[in-house]
Design a protein. Structure first.
Length: 275
């Protein structure tokens, strides 16, 4: 079964509109779709309208903190009601925190001798979730670096000379927001935690709190990496989820949305989402 439960649009850091992402997913034969923009559910209505014959979930990739690390929580199937209202309220606070962070990053760059038009950058973020990629693009446009990759390598990587830590939602709070909205939750790209042991311990601690899925089928994973996380899924009896992490031109190595999920995992995934 071809699915995509992890992709991004211009509502966060993707280069295509929600409608364009959904249209590409349809062209790739995706049968189960969820737009998971960073800290935003704004693109759901557009994707649902573009895919009238496909199961479309309302979702978000929520940046959380746990054990001093950033955990990306995929929240699928947010329902209408008070839970959605509470989630959107929290996301509005996150959005303001991201704007404040952007200003602080620009100030740090100025102290490093790199002057950017902060007001212009902030205006350009209207309509999507502000983030370090916005600054990276501005650095390229100003001729300071040749590529966004270089911008991150020189200035913006975690702990870099111009990076400013973002105050993130705790994993406990993220899971609570997801549960209260009637959603299911999965750990995105587990390799980014750089510790299979930490991932395993996280599921021991949080599975009963709603962290029941693991994104073992991920756009950049080869067989060896996938096998590592499938073993965690088997050991902890987790639901296996899949997503491309498609961003359009912003991440050119992932060319299209959609990922093939074997039938045994697809059947359990669909049953879990229907609970």
């Amino acid at each position: 079964m071809r699915v995509d439960l992890h992709c991004h649009s211009t509502c966060s850091d993707g280069s295509l509109s929600p409608t364009e992402v959904a249209t590409r997913a349809q062209a790739e034969g995706v049968q189960l779709f969820c737009l998971t923009d960073h800290d935003s559910v704004a693109g759901y209505e557009a994707t649902a309208a573009a895919l009238p014959n496909t199961r479309v979930l309302r979702g978000v990739e929520l940046s959380c903190r746990h054990a001093g690390k950033t955990v990306h929580l995929l929240i699928y199937g947010v329902r209408e009601g008070s839970g959605l209202t509470a989630l959107q309220g929290r996301l509005e606070h996150v959005l303001e925190d991201r704007r404040t962070r952007l200003k602080a990053i620009i100030a740090r760059l100025r102290r490093l001798g790199v002057k950017l038009d902060g007001e212009k950058i902030l205006i350009a973020t209207h309509g999507h979730t502000p983030g370090r990629p916005d600054v990276a693009r501005a650095l390229v446009e100003a001729g300071v670096v040749r590529s966004q990759r270089e911008a991150f390598e020189r200035y913006l990587h975690d702990g870099g000379p111009a990076d400013v830590a973002l105050e993130r939602v705790s994993l406990d709070d993220g899971l609570r927001l997801g549960r209260n909205s009637g959603a299911k939750m999965s750990l995105a790209h587990p390799h980014t935690l750089r510790s299979p042991q930490l991932v395993d311990e996280m599921f021991v601690q949080y599975r009963s709190a709603g962290l029941e899925g693991i994104e073992a089928y991920y756009g950049r994973y080869g067989a060896q990496e996938r096998g590592l996380w499938l073993n965690v899924a088997k050991r902890r009896e987790l639901v296996v989820t899949g997503g491309s992490d498609f961003h359009g031109a912003a991440v050119p190595e992932i060319r299209q949305p959609g990922i093939e999920l074997p039938d045994r995992h697809a059947e359990r995934l669909q049953a879990w989402l229907a609970e």
